[in-house]
Design a protein around this ligand. Structure first.
Ligand SMILES: *Cc1c(COP(=O)(O)O)cnc(C)c1O
Length: 409
């Protein structure tokens, strides 16, 4: 189906198409890649890596995910408000004063020091009913959030002996799993194992463990712990060029737009701010309504390309806030309204893959996924059919799709 042919009742032509079937299939592949008893946590922080956390969460859970991973309390609130009842693990560091709100929404908090643990203990005392689930994070070398290994047994003992708390996990995070040549990953995993042994030796019954991110899962490292945490691979994107995905996985996001003006350029003409591009010969430009306010970063000025009729069309000059001009390859008879493939999707469309755009933007594929702003409406497909649209302040679109569940925060 060519989405640009459909009538979107007032939606702008620039949109992200999210293939929920890809997310479900990727989830099932991740389950098949890990031992049968290993649970997969779907990491849906940063609005599901830009895909829309409630939709990704629902799809991943239906396909077999056991829990969800997030970074901030408000991300958990959005998921709870969207009706998610599955376990949600707050992987990021929070302040003690956020503990009560987190517990109120039954988010599983990660602790790594006494002050946060005390705040969680206070919040858990107030919360009646089931004990509050807590994860303990060990710093095995990333030197970000986590307790130093020698403090871990005391913290674990305090959690395990508090009747209002449940030690739902002990975990660590790998610094360089996406670099297969770096032996540091093995040092981290060995230190993690030693720390877990010390926790158990201190009298704590063996807790659920987790360490692997997508790169770990793809390399088979840390997959025999209780849980693995799958982020970028769930979205069908490799963590780095050195850790490829199995062929069966595919990206869930593509971005498309349409030509809004065909621009004849005479020799000597420039296009865009500051006139950084000048035509040496007669050529044709195409105006595309996407700019850095949409997340099409200014870094892509004179560097990026889009797909036009299956060919690469390079960005001419500066990326503006709301638009770009690309070079129409010779021999293409382009007209207003023709589809433009900005990112991902079918290779035959000529658009860059997410890894290629990461290179153009001088960043990693993670930042590419999260950089597209809320101004770009998300269109959700299931079995090739549009099941929902999430548009920023596009009231016409929201009214037209009123029967679709609203997922605006
Ligand atoms: C983001 C995150 C993940 C997911 O990482 P991917 O490389 O996207 O799979 C896993 N664990 C923690 C603690 C994270 O913050």
């Amino acid at each position: 189906m060519i989405l640009s042919d459909l009538d979107y009742k007032g939606l702008r032509p620039t949109r992200a198409v999210i293939d929920l079937d890809a997310i479900a299939d990727n989830m099932r592949t991740l389950l098949a890649m890990t031992p049968a008893r290993t649970q997969v946590m779907a990491v849906v922080k940063a609005d599901g890596y830009g895909h829309g956390a409630p939709w990704v969460a629902r799809t991943a859970l239906e396909a077999g995910a056991s829990s969800l991973g997030i970074a901030t309390v408000s991300e958990g609130q959005i998921l709870r408000r969207s009706g998610v009842t599955a376990p949600i693990v707050l992987l990021g560091s929070i302040l003690p004063e956020e503990a009560e709100t987190a517990c109120h929404d039954t988010l599983q908090v990660t602790v790594a020091d006494e002050s946060l643990l005390e705040a969680v203990q206070r919040a858990a005392r107030k919360a009646t009913g089931t004990p509050v689930s807590v994860h303990l994070k060990i710093d095995t070398g990333l030197r970000r959030f986590g307790t130093m290994p020698d403090c871990a047994p005391a913290l674990a003992t305090r959690i395990a002996s508090d009747p209002n708390l449940r030690l739902a996990g002990v975990f660590t995070h790998l610094a360089s799993a996406d670099e297969p040549d770096d032996p540091f990953t093995f040092e981290q995993l060995a230190l993690f194992d030693r720390t877990v042994k010390a926790i158990v030796a201190a009298g704590v019954s063996p807790p659920p463990l987790h360490a692997a991110n997508s790169a770990g899962i793809l390399r088979g490292l840390g997959t025999s712990y209780t849980i693995v945490r799958a982020g970028i691979a769930l979205y069908g994107v490799p963590p780095s060029a050195d850790v490829p995905l199995p062929q069966t996985m595919r990206p869930a996001m593509r971005i498309e737009s349409r030509v809004t003006r065909v621009i004849p350029l005479a020799p000597g003409d420039s296009t865009g701010y500051n006139r950084t591009f000048r035509a040496h010969e007669a050529m044709v430009g195409a105006l595309v309504p996407i700019g850095y306010a949409d997340g099409y970063r200014r870094e892509l000025s004179s560097r990026g390309w889009v797909g036009l009729s299956g060919q690469r069309a390079h960005v001419l000059g500066r990326v503006s806030m709301d638009q770009i001009v690309v070079e129409v390859p010779r021999g293409i008879g382009l007209k207003v309204g023709d589809p433009v493939h900005i990112l991902g999707g079918n290779i035959a469309d000529g658009a860059p893959s997410i890894l290629e755009m990461a290179e153009q933007m001088r960043t990693n594929p993670y930042e590419v996924l999260v950089c597209f702003s809320r101004r770009v409406p998300r269109i959700y497909l299931r079995n090739g059919e549009v099941v929902a649209v999430s548009a920023q302040a596009d009231s016409a679109a929201m009214n037209a799709w009123a029967e679709a569940p609203e997922i605006q925060p």
